[in-house]
Design a protein around this ligand. Sequence first.
Ligand code: ADP
Ligand code: MG
Length: 382
Amino acid sequence: MFLDKPHAKAAQAPAHPRSANKAEYRRPQVIAITSGKGGVGKSSIAVNLGLCLCMRGHSVCILDADTGLANVSLLLGLRPEYSLEHVLSGKHTIEAVIQKGPHGLKLIPGAHGISECVDLDIHQKQHLARELARIEDEFDYLLLDTAAGISETTLSFIGAAHRMLLVLTPEPTSLTDAYSLLRLALRQGDVNCQVLVNMVGDVHEARNVFQRFSGAVEKYLKARVNFLSFIQRDESLRNAVLLQYPVALFPEHDPSHRTFQRMADALENAPPVETPGRRFSQCWLDTRAPDKVPDETETPRDEPDTMPSAESPSPPTPRSEALFSRDDTVTMREHELPLPTRRHGYDEARFGPQEQLADQLRQLGQQGIGLMERLKRLQKAP
Ligand SMILES: Nc1ncnc2c1ncn2[C@@H]1O[C@H](COP(=O)(O)OP(=O)(O)O)[C@@H](O)[C@H]1O
Ligand SMILES: [Mg+2]
C-alpha cells in the first residue's frame, strides 16, 4: 500500500543490505539534534548548521522530526504543500515532499502540529524507514530535528544516529531534562553525545553550564559527553524567526554567521564516527520497539533518575579543559565585543552592501518584534 515506484538509486542498491560492503553505508553522517526542554534552539541550530555545511560543499538534508512543533520550514521561509504527515499516511513519497532551501539544503518538512505522530507506531516507522532508505545515501549529513524531551521516537532516533547533539541552555530545567533524556538514551546503548550550550552571555558561562552537566553525567551516569560549541544570546537569531531569514545567510564576517561556521568546524574536526555498516534507516528500524524502552522504575541504585539540583561544577577534566581552551582561542577574540555593540552602524568603508543589508534586516527584525509586543499588549487590554 505504501510503496510507489522504486527510486532509481534503490534499483541499483544491493539486494541484501546487511551483507553489503561497509563502505557503501558511510553516508550520510546522521546527527540527532536533541534537548530535554523545548525552545532551546534545536531548529535554529539545524537550519544554520545545515546551511553552513552546505556552503562547504556537503549535501545536507534536515528531517523535521519535531512532529509536535514542526517549524524548520518557517525558519527557512518555505511554504511546503506536503509534509511528513503525507509520507506517513502513504499519500506521497518522500521525494515528493522534499523541499529545496538555500545553498541546496534539503528539508523533509515536519507534520505540523500532529501531536499523535510524536510516537510513531510500528507501521509508520517501517514505512518511513523504507522511504528514507531510498534517499539517505544521497546526503553527506542527515540532521534530525527531534521533539524535545523523552518520546519513543526521539529515543529511537538517538539510538540509530551516529551522533547526538544535545542542546543545553543555562536554565536549570534545561540541564535536568537533558540529564533525564541522556540517562534513558544511554540505557539503549552507547551514545556519542556532543553538547552545544546555547543562549549564554559568554564562553565562561558556557564552560560553567557544560561542566555542571558533564560533571553530573560522569558522576552518576558513568558516561562522557563532549563539548562541541556554544552560542551567545543573540537577538539576530530571535529576529531570524520573524524575518524567516537564517543568520547563516548573513555575510561571512557577521558574528552570528561565524558562530555557526565555528560549529561546523567543530563538527568536521570531531573524532570520526563509527559506521555500523548498515543503512541508518535499517538501524533505526532495529532500535527497540516502543514496548521495550527502558522501564523508568529499573533505575540502578546509585544512578539518580533526575539530575541532583545542588550539583556543583566538577573540576574540569583535562579533556574538557582542552576542548574549552581550544574553543577559547577562537571565540574569546571573536566575542571580545558584546554582540549588541556591532549593531550600531557598520563602517561603510569596511563593510559592503551585503553587510549593510544584514544590518538593516536586524533593525527591521527588532522593529517587528517591538510591533508584535505592542500588538500583544493591545490584544490583552480590555
Ligand atoms: N542564541 C540565541 N539567542 C537568542 N534567541 C535564541 C537563540 N537561540 C534560539 N533562540 C530563539 O529561541 C526560540 C526557540 O528556538 P528554536 O530553534 O525554535 O528552539 P527549539 O527548536 O529547541 O524549540 C526562537 O525564537 C529562537 O529564535
Ligand atoms: Mg524546534
